[in-house]
Unconditional design. Structure first.
Lengths: 284, 297
């Protein structure tokens, strides 16, 4: 295993026992659960010719699903950047009644099963729901169309932005803001020129994480989307649809496209986090 | 907190905070957003579940199919969480305590299941163990069912919860360094003793934190499990899948009744998580308040 050879120069390496067994177990388990099954996906794609593959991943229904998935994920992640920053700011900088409970609730989308979030948002926004009944007379439909997809994706993405920005805001040095004020900056100038640049990398990381999660999301979306072909059908649902028609090769082709995209996003997020560490100068 | 603040202190603070009206409007907007996006959906689950009264709620929960879904969900979590716990500790030990080539790459691979869509996660097991999959013919010849049966559900759940514990422990163990473990080894402790009496007490909060998040996801996973389950009522339905079936059959009260159990699980998870965070913060503060130890001579 030359890829994972121990760096001999490191003096600490010889004192602690268990390197071989823990690394061996890690690599075996990783291969069995993740790497070998994922490679099945890639090998299955090779049963298709390039033309068949291209036809499977660029069909009109599939293209419409990419537009919806990427568009809705982008809008939801942008909304989360704005409101996630606001929530993080309020939680770090101000005191108000019930703050600890609000802080704990931010993680609700992590803890609440996506199917539960899906049916509950649908119940709220449907024509007879608590929120929907007031919106429908105004001609606003938020359920069973692409709007519903965006709402569900905002819900599941919120904690990503809040939880990446919050620690950076907590560690921000007040001295810089005091200096800015002493030098005559208004509060807005201090925010936009001193505070914002220091949290921008974290904000971007949170955006990328919320976006990546939204692209693959399935459970919360399918209940509220209405799932009309060409209109409100997300890409994961296309895969399910192909599977239900026993079109394994077609499902695999679309899955490979999604896998490549998520891998690229993972690398982007890693790069952003490395940038953030350099930017703030501490390993967070 | 004292209300009478020294005027000079107040002037100094004015430089690093906003006027009161800005503060209150920002708090107001943030809370309104959280009310509509977090509190209302949570409240809706319980209201819809109790729409036809407490009686109908209990009846819905006592249905045999609901019970078998609850059992399957707990069993799945009971297998998936310990497996990923052992993996998480082993991976964190190897990655945090040693330097080796390819470490950054390995860490990225551990994170990989987080960024794979749940539907794709389910699909890969169908491609391996399904009728047309790699091992399909062999499994059929030996009459072993993995996909559209319980083992597939467990595998898919293990995949989606794979990184949870490892990614909590890796940064924690990296931050703590090797000094204490090295001291224990030098003083004659075995590897196991070092782990049990030195490492484990240091990482216990991170470990609990990872386990409860892993458990919440394991019990609540929908997409991946949906692909491999086959949706056989009373046999391969987990709670989230049972919610979907009831909902699609317009049995709204029953669907939300089962959903309310999952929502309770989420609330318990958040409560434990907050307690763990507060305890951990208190311990950190207590250690930080200790006087610096001065080496004599």
């Amino acid at each position: 295993m030359a890829l994972f050879s121990l760096a001999r120069s490191h003096k600490a390496a010889h004192v602690l026992p268990g390197f071989n067994i823990t690394l061996g177990f890690t690599l075996t388990y990783l291969s069995l659960i993740v790497l070998i099954p994922l490679s099945a996906l890639v090998f299955k794609t090779f049963t298709l010719t390039w033309d068949q593959f291209w036809a499977a991943v660029t069909g009109p229904r599939v293209m419409a699903s990419y537009r919806l998935t990427f568009g809705a994920s982008l809008i939801a992640a942008l909304v989360n950047v704005v409101f996630g920053l606001l929530v993080a700011w309020v939680l770090v900088r101000y005191n108000f009644f019930g703050k600890k409970v609000v802080d704990a609730l931010v993680d609700l989308p992590f803890a609440l099963p996506t199917a539960v979030a899906g049916i509950s948002l649908t119940a709220l926004l449907a024509g007879n729901g608590w929120v929907g009944q007031y919106l429908e007379p105004m001609g606003i439909q938020l359920a069973f169309n692409p709007n519903g997809v965006v709402i569900a994706l905002i819900f599941i993405g919120l904690p990503f932005v809040v939880r990446t920005v919050q620690p950076v805001l907590e560690d921000a040095e007040k001295e810089l803001e005091e200096a800015a004020t002493c030098l005559g900056a208004t509060r807005w100038q201090t925010f936009s020129r001193v505070i914002f640049p220091s949290i921008a990398p974290a904000l971007l990381t949170g955006f990328a994480m919320a976006f990546a999660r939204a692209i693959g999301e399935y459970g919360s979306v399918i209940f509220i989307a209405g799932n009309m072909p060409m209109v409100s059908e997300i890409t994961p649902l296309i895969i399910i649809g192909k599977l239900e028609q026993y079109d394994y090769a077609g499902a695999t082709a679309v899955a490979v496209v999604m896998l490549v995209i998520s891998f690229i996003l993972l690398l982007v997020i890693n790069a952003l986090q490395a940038w953030q560490r350099r930017h703030t100068g501490n390993p967070a | 907190m004292s209300t009478a603040i020294n005027p000079s202190v107040r002037r100094a603070q004015a430089g690093t905070t906003e006027p009161a009206w800005v503060r209150y409007s920002l708090i107001g907007v943030a809370l309104t957003f959280m009310f509509f996006f977090l509190i209302l959906p949570l409240a809706a689950v319980f209201t819809e579940a109790l729409r036809k009264g407490v009686e109908a709620y209990w009846v819905a929960l006592q249905e045999p199919d609901a019970w078998s879904a609850i059992r399957l969900t707990f069993m799945t979590a009971l297998i998936a969480v310990p497996l990923n716990l052992v993996f998480g500790v082993a991976a964190a030990w190897a990655i945090a305590k040693y330097e080796f080539t390819g470490k950054a790459f390995l860490t990225t691979l551990v994170d990989l299941p987080f960024s794979v869509s749940p539907v794709v996660a389910g699909l890969i097991y169908v491609l391996m163990f399904g009728a047309q999959g790699w091992f399909g013919t062999w499994l059929q010849a030996h009459d072993i069912k993995i996909v559209f049966a319980v083992p597939g559900i467990v595998l898919a759940t293990v995949f989606v919860t794979f990184p949870f514990i490892a990614r909590e422990l890796i940064p924690l163990m990296q931050a703590q360094g090797n000094d204490e473990e090295q001291a224990a080894i030098v003083l004659g402790a075995t590897g196991w003793q070092t782990f049990w009496y030195v490492t484990l007490p240091n990482i216990k909060w991170g470990l609990i934190y990872g386990v409860i998040l892993c458990n919440a996801r394991a019990m609540g996973e929908f997409g991946a499990v949906s692909v491999v389950s086959g949706h056989i009522r009373g046999q391969t339905n987990t709670m989230p899948l049972h919610v979907e079936i009831l909902y699609n059959e317009y049995q709204s009260v029953a669907a939300f009744a089962v959903a309310s159990l999952l929502a309770l699980l989420a609330l318990v998870t958040l409560a434990i998580k907050s307690v763990v965070e507060w305890r951990h913060a208190r311990e950190l503060k207590a250690t930080a308040d200790l006087p610096q130890e001065m080496p004599s001579a």
